[in-house]
Design a protein around this ligand. Structure first.
Ligand code: NZQ
Ligand code: ZN
Length: 385
């Protein structure tokens, strides 16, 4: 029997017109700062919907949070929060805006150097401003979790942090907001969600049958619906399934009580920090290589994955595992997400640098058994070409 605690305080408002309901979730009299990215919300009508829903409030705006949000930009928002006496943050965008806003929420009330928040996984914070989220990109699950990933531009360092105080109070998920996404971001979202699920599923069996079946159901949904989002880009029902899948993939539910292997993400973060690849592009490169290197340790779950997710029942165990890994790579490629470092013009000389950065960032005992040492990461990276 598994032992776990599952606590998720985020209220989800899902479906058509979800944005119109957010005013009811914010305390009356709040001075709100809307945070957003490069401006997509101005072109697709989302900002107008948000402003209409917040007519009763004093509202300010901070734009320019970049993909892979940087400490440098976020600290400008912190300054604005202080000068305008903001007491509620509303993130409107994808994972980068929501993650960045979590950091702003913590940094605005932090005593000392705010980068300290990033120096350990359970951030050393005692308070944070309340925040809500209006999601426009189905991918990260940030809308329903308490984590964020922040980049220090000057150091080329990308790190995760987490604290229960930065759970959003609510998240509005209207799948129609994702119809304006460019295909590359649609594909990125599918790959990111897929890898979040495998990182909580492809470890070793612990008797988490519910978690396993939930994970398999979410993976199958991505395999069935993901390609449709590219071939039927106006189909909002497809977007709805993808949006709910990506939220459930990383809100703690499928990971409750079971081991996790976040090494694909941690190695991927170094690739983004060093070479600027999209988050999901790095995952599509690293996951097939990691599964190949760790296939003995992950044998039982890989066989389960091969059978239940890819329907592979014929051939030796070795063949089924290899075919499941190949199917994973083909799925990513079918979404036009390349799966080799060389596809992005990155050569073998990158391996030494990436391993050195993993060591520098303390990513030296990754994986469900904490045995993905820098040497193992090196083997993984060498298979990424
Ligand atoms: O900045 P704007 O103009 O809004 O454009 C964005 C951005 O260029 C655009 N976009 C978003 N919604 C759109 C849209 N364009 C048109 N229509 C829309 N509806 O998409 C681009 C990418 O946005 P971004 O927020 O960067 O993407 P994503 O949601 O994939 O977030 C990636 C970030 O999340 C972190 C990643 O490391 C990365 O920094 N992650 C956060 C996690 C968490 N908090 O739990 C977990 C994830 O594993 C991930 O690591
Ligand atoms: Zn991710």
């Amino acid at each position: 029997m598994l032992n776990f605690q599952f606590h998720n305080p985020v209220k989800i408002i899902f479906g058509k017109d979800a944005i119109s309901k957010i005013g009811q979730e914010i305390p009356a009299g709040s001075r709100i700062l809307i945070t957003y990215g490069g401006g997509s919300i101005k072109h697709n009508g989302v900002l107008d919907q948000v402003l209409a829903a917040l007519k009763e409030f004093e509202v300010h705006q901070f734009g320019g949070i970049e993909a892979n949000p940087t400490f440098e930009t976020l600290m400008q928002a912190v300054a604005q929060v202080k000068t305008q006496n903001i007491d509620f943050l509303l993130a409107v965008g994808g994972g980068s805006v929501i993650d960045g806003t979590k950091f702003i929420a913590a940094a605005a009330l932090f005593d000392g150097d705010p980068w300290t928040i990033m120096e350990q996984w359970g951030a050393p914070i005692k308070q944070a401003l309340p925040l809500g989220a209006v999601l426009t990109l189905a991918a990260t699950g940030s809308e329903m979790n308490s984590g964020g990933v922040i980049t220090r531009r000057e150091w080329k360092v990308k790190r995760p942090f987490s604290h229960p105080l930065v759970f959003p109070k609510f998240a509005a998920l209207d799948p129609a907001t994702t119809l304006s996404l460019p295909p590359r971001q649609v594909s990125n979202g599918i790959v990111d969600s897929f890898v979040h699920i495998t990182e909580q599923y492809l470890t070793y069996p612990v008797g988490g049958k519910v978690q396993d079946r939930l994970a398999e159901g979410l993976l199958l949904t991505l395999i069935e619906e993901g390609p449709k989002a590219l071939t039927q880009p106006d189909d909002v029902d497809v977007r709805a399934d993808l949006m709910w899948t990506s939220t459930l993939a990383l809100n703690g539910l499928i990971g409750a009580g079971v081991p996790g292997d976040w090494s694909t993400h941690m190695i991927g973060h170094e690739i983004t920090a060093a070479y600027g690849l999209d988050h999901a592009q790095t995952l599509a490169i690293v996951l097939p290589a990691l599964l190949t290197v760790k296939k003995q340790d992950k044998r039982e779950k890989l066989l389960q994955y091969a059978e239940r997710v890819w329907g592979l029942r014929e051939g030796s165990e070795e063949e089924r595992i290899d075919r499941a890994i190949a199917a994973t790579r083909s799925f990513f490629e079918s979404l036009q997400v390349k799966t080799r470092l060389a596809d992005y013009g990155i050569g073998a000389e990158s391996v030494d640098h990436l391993v050195a950065q993993l060591i520098k960032n303390g990513m030296v005992k990754l994986g469900e058994r904490r045995d993905v040492t820098p040497e193992v990461s090196r083997q993984v990276l060498q298979l990424c070409f």
